[in-house]
Design a binder for this molecule. Structure first.
Ligand code: BGC
Length: 808
């Protein structure tokens, strides 16, 4: 339990108690063996999901019982007929060649003296189900397996272990096929009532085979995927093509639960899609080879409720066929699943369209935080694309507490890295794994190895993430150093460039308008800088000096190769200017001119022209260089291309492409057109950091020293954000009213803040009605340009002042 004292001597109450316990740290802590069911299977196809069971006797009164489990494939456990835990898609996806996560369940209340039974259902999942656009099966192996260990501690202090061993029996049952992409086929007539209870007759069941232990390590689990919330469908439509379609009102990830009364043998089919086409029909072409289809055959005789086991769908619309009679809305519930992370931040403002954008960003994150950070959750992809999360990580850490989620993913990324330091395009790296060959590394994608740990460190302040990732971060920068050679220009290998940029020269290669070697060298400099900073934080002085020197050489090379003496860049694109300014690649003397060129380009087009790499930094660069109006122009634009165009089209998540659905209602290329792709949602951090004005100080990370610096503009009359930081809640909320600015700020105990009040004069600012200079908790009031800055201790503050001229 925790209690805090603030700078005014006030004590808080006690927090609720939290607890932790040790996991199984050593291989020798596992007393049980991996088992695989003795079932005949066809490795080329989805096979019926195995059911496994074992009975055991509890000999006395139980003080505590813990069940530890993992699988090759996915598992669901039952104990005496009841589900164990609330995890979905366990054990989650890791680089299975190197490590499996295990989950720990407190089952003290589920075991009972006498006969007990443990049951397990196994599914294909990432281990052997279809993966990537190739839809190959068996990426990691052909056989499903279970490792489970139940540790019973009796009241007298003695203990006993039961778990996976040769005593288990195996059979198949109602799950005829289940695949992450394809969906699930379930025949309820094949259910085996009582299968995970003692006394069930399993004489017909087959046995299991003990597997030699894999080389992979076992590691404790990051927060699992859970059922996080439920939503009800908003309407039922009949499409022109004659389909009966359910509209969930939200593009969501998870599945549908339904209740039906139907004669035995009735098969109900659910086909999931993100969008309807122009004519109003279900549109599934953008799902490519992912069928996302549920087939349920009724057992008959009463209301039966179903939800799938080892699959998930990305969808807003569901076409229902085979339903007896007219389906009623009330029969369906959308079960939203994602990694169980604590919500951390909230943002809203006076513009409902921007609020919908924030909503869409958050839902893009939910749907793509299903155990790993994915590009998209619907088509035959759903992979841990490094570039997508590299640009989104800072936004992600505003919306949810992502510390453990990224810590887990980064461990796999490091394991997937090649000996030469090349970082895969996706992690877990199922592509190189499958092809059993090396991969090239791409600028802005591979840099996730450096940017994501640095972002986690900045957001949560735990140096261990830097310590642990340091070899991986360094190997990546050294890879670029070798590839760049003594010219310090990195221009080799395959790279995606400014992927999906608005304007492209070559339609076959989106993102080609900004020279790729300019982007590569810019990222080379950026990662080198962050690595140098990391070395400094970790006290590795030699490395810090080395990378500072390398960085200076890359900058000099960049300048010589890509910048004219007057500050014009070789690629005259928004992305080129934005990256050069964001990564500080230009000498001070050229920055204003380069920034002016960028701003002029924005004014000329009246819209962004950027892709995956330019977009995330564009507004920040503009607002940092005195071009706030241009940044708001981009944010406020409602026509294509812009963030709000999809919002005006009714989007409830972030689209992969600026024109996923065009103004005339037709769709972008079906080969790559996801309606739930968080990359462009990276504007989220600008909403928090600049519009509402909550930022951190890299010298005192994790909001130990908070920067409150809102930048009203763009016609907004108010904005507010809050964030649960490691120290407590931070909030910033401003309103413009009757020519006055009112800013409310909350600063948690054990932190300090610098607040910047735009367009203010020191003599005119009050805090809670008192003149600023004499208000309690405030020190060092300064006038800086057109703003007043002040230092704050913890507490709640309300600043008010007349606006000195500017924003409307
Ligand atoms: C994915 C991405 C990814 C890109 C790489 C796409 O298929 O969906 O978002 O970053 O490929 O270029």
């Amino acid at each position: 339990q925790v209690q805090v004292w603030d700078n005014r001597g006030n004590a808080s109450g006690w927090s609720l108690p939290a607890h932790w316990e040790m996991g199984l740290l050593q291989p020798a802590d596992w007393k049980t063996r991996w088992i695989t069911p003795d079932l005949a299977e066809d490795p080329q196809e989805s096979n019926p999901a195995p059911m496994l069971r074992r009975t055991f006797t509890v000999k006395g009164s139980v003080a505590r019982a813990r069940l530890y489990a993992t699988a090759m494939g996915l598992y669901q456990l039952e104990l005496n007929g009841r589900r164990v835990g609330a995890d979905c898609l366990a054990p989650g996806w890791t680089a299975y060649d190197f490590r499996f996560q295990y989950q720990t369940y407190d089952v003290t209340d589920q075991v009972r003296p006498g006969e007990n039974c443990l049951g397990a259902l196994l599914g294909d999942g990432w281990f052997r189900g279809r993966l990537s656009w190739t839809r190959h099966r068996n990426s990691y192996g052909e056989k499903l397996a279970l490792l489970a260990q139940l540790v019973i501690t009796y009241a007298d202090g003695s203990s006993e272990v039961v778990g996976s061993d040769e005593k288990w029996k195996a059979a198949t049952g109602p799950i005829l096929a289940s695949d992450l992409y394809m969906g699930e086929t379930y025949d309820a007539r094949l259910e085996r009532p009582g299968w995970s209870q003692p006394g069930y007759d399993d004489r017909e069941w087959r046995g299991v085979t003990i597997l030699p232990p894999p080389a992979a390590r076992l590691t404790a689990s990051a927060p699992s995927v859970r059922r996080i919330e439920e939503i009800k469908p908003v309407r039922l439509l009949k499409t022109p093509a004659g389909d009966t379609v359910l509209d969930m009102g939200q593009n969501m990830v998870g599945w549908l639960r339904f209740q039906v009364t139907a004669p035995a043998g009735t098969t109900i089919t659910l086909r999931h899609a993100e969008v309807l086409d122009k004519a109003g029909n279900l549109y599934t072409e953008n799902l490519r080879g992912a069928d996302q289809t549920i087939r349920y055959t009724a057992r008959g005789g009463g209301p039966e409720t179903f939800e799938p086991h080892f699959t998930f769908q990305g969808f807003r619309y569901v076409a229902i066929s085979g339903w007896p009679g007219e389906p009623a809305l009330g029969a369906f519930t959308g079960v939203v699943v994602h990694s169980a992370l604590a919500p951390a931040g909230a943002f809203s403002c006076s513009d409902p369209l921007i609020n919908q954008l924030q909503h869409n960003i958050v839902w893009g994150q939910k749907g793509n935080f299903v155990d790993i950070p994915t590009d998209c959750p619907q088509r035959d992809e759903r992979l841990g694309w490094t570039g997508d999360t590299q640009v989104f990580a800072r936004t992600a850490c505003f919306n949810f507490d992502c510390a453990t989620f990224y810590t887990k993913w980064l461990a796999d990324l490091a394991l997937d890295q090649q000996d030469d330091g090349a970082v895969p395009h996706v992690s877990p790296d199922v592509i190189a794994h499958r092809e059993r060959k090396g991969h090239s590394a791409a600028a802005g994608w591979a840099d996730a190895a450096v940017v994501v740990p640095w972002t986690v460190y900045l957001s949560y302040g735990d140096r261990r993430i830097l310590e642990r990732q340091y070899p991986s971060m360094k190997a990546w920068v050294e890879y670029m150093r070798r590839a760049a050679g003594d010219r310090y220009l990195w221009n080799t290998g395959d790279t995606f460039g400014d992927w999906l940029a608005f304007a492209t020269i070559d339609p076959g290669y989106p993102g080609a308008t900004t020279d790729k070697d300019l982007i590569q060298t810019a990222y080379f400099a950026h990662s080198t800088d962050l690595l140098g900073e990391t070395a400094r934080v970790l006290g590795r002085q030699g490395d810090a000096a080395d990378y500072a020197e390398l960085s200076a050489k890359i900058r000099a090379a960049f300048l010589k190769e890509f910048v004219t003496p007057n500050g014009r860049l070789a690629s005259n694109t928004q992305t080129a200017y934005a990256l050069a300014l964001a990564f500080d690649l230009l000498p001070e003397s050229l920055r204003p001119r380069a920034a002016e060129r960028l701003a002029a380009d924005v004014r000329k087009f009246k819209h962004l022209t950027t892709g995956f790499l330019g977009t995330p930094v564009l507004c920040k660069v503009l607002s940092d260089t005195g071009h706030l109006d241009e940044a708001y122009l981009l944010l406020n634009r409602k026509e294509y291309p812009s963030w709000l165009y999809p919002v005006t089209q009714g989007a409830t998540t972030i689209w992969e492409r600026w024109d996923g659905q065009k103004p005339d209602g037709t769709f972008q290329d079906k080969g790559m057109n996801s309606f739930n792709h968080y990359a462009y949602g990276a504007i989220g951090e600008w909403l928090y950091r600049v519009v509402a004005g909550i930022d951190l100080d890299p010298e005192q990370p994790a909001y130990k020293h908070i920067l409150i610096q809102p930048r009203p503009g763009g016609g907004l009359t108010s904005a507010e954000a809050s964030l649960r930081t490691m120290y407590g809640r931070v909030a910033s909320s401003w309103e413009l009213k009757d020519g006055r600015m009112v800013l409310q700020v909350e600063i948690p105990a054990n932190t300090s803040a610098t607040v910047r009040l735009p367009h203010a004069q020191p003599g005119q600012v009050t805090e809670s009605g008192q003149p600023l200079r004499t208000a309690p908790g405030i020190s060092a009031v300064r006038q800086a340009d057109d703003a007043v800055s002040a230092e704050l201790g913890s507490g709640s503050y309300t600043f008010a002042y007349p606006l000195g001229g500017k924003p409307s």
